[in-house]
Structures are given as C-alpha cells and as structure tokens.
Design a protein around this ligand. Structure first.
Ligand SMILES: [Zn+2]
Length: 161
C-alpha cells in the first residue's frame, strides 16, 4: 500500500465516521430541544433567536452585513421571537399550575407595591396638609419666608406691622 492509498483510506474513514456520528448528534440535539414539555422547547427556541440577534448585531457593528439585509433579517428574527413569546404566554395561561403561580406572583407584587406606596405616601400627605401656601396651595416649609411658587410673603419680617 502506498502513501496515497493510505491517505485515501484515512479520508474515507473520517468521512464515514462523520457520516455515522452526525445523525446521532443531530437527533440528540433535537431531543434536547423538544424537552419534556413544550415550555422548555420554546425557551430553547427563544434563546437561539436571541443568540442569532446578538450575532446579527455583532455582524452589523463590524460592517459584515449590508444595512438592508440586516434590517430584513432582524425584523424576521424579532417577529419569530415575538411569536415564541406569545406561545409561551399561551402555554402559561393553559397550564392551571402555572396560572396559579402567576396569579399568586402578581398578587404578591401588587401587595408589595401597595405597601411601598402606602409607606411613602403618609409623610408626604402629612407634610402637604400641615403647611401650604394660603394663595396657591403649594407645599412650603415652616422656615420659608416666601412661597417658592407664587412669591407670597408667609412670615412677617421684623419691623413689619
Ligand atoms: Zn404660593
């Protein structure tokens, strides 16, 4: 056997190994993508689109892609990303457990928000109701000699009668 035929043999071996291995690799990928439920499948899709968007933005920043192509591809990716988000929302609203979790979460968030607003509101209300300009009703501090908004004199200066 000469060198040339050995090289051919090696090349053929590599090619056939690649040919045999490839279906396994791609089917494994497909299994990962399909996941146990539709939700993780959609999440994988969403991540892929985000990756593609980042690559596209990078190519655009480096001037590797024409402005027209960039805009077209980006619009397509954003559209399919929006579609996947819509499907994820749909899945969530279909699933009673996710629905309950989501409702509970929103409830907690709104309660937390109310609490924070309530805590912030009280001192402000007290302040504005205790002292306000008699002319324009703007909040003023007890030390102010004049109203900051309308300029009305609030305190009699020394010497005034
Ligand atoms: Zn005033």
């Amino acid at each position: 056997m000469d060198v040339a035929s050995i090289l051919v043999l090696v090349a053929m071996t590599i090619a056939s190994v690649a040919y045999i291995v490839r279906p396994f690799v791609s089917s494994e990928r497909a299994m990962v993508a399909d996941g146990e439920d539709g939700y993780s499948h959609l999440q994988v899709k969403r991540e892929r689109i985000l990756e593609r968007l980042q690559e596209l933005d990078m190519d655009h920043a480096l001037g590797k892609i024409q402005e027209h192509d960039y805009q077209a591809q980006r619009a397509r990716l954003v559209a399919s990303g929006a579609e996947i988000l819509r499907q994820i929302d749909h899945l969530w609203s279909e699933d009673p457990i996710e629905k309950a979790v989501l409702a509970h979460r929103q409830d907690t968030i709104s309660k937390g928000a109310n609490h924070v607003i309530g805590a912030n509101q009280k001192p402000a209300e007290m302040h504005s109701s205790s002292i306000a300009c008699p002319d324009c009703n703007a909040p003023i501090s007890p030390d102010d000699l004049f109203c900051a908004r309308c300029g009305r004199r609030l305190k009699a200066e020394k010497g005034d009668v």
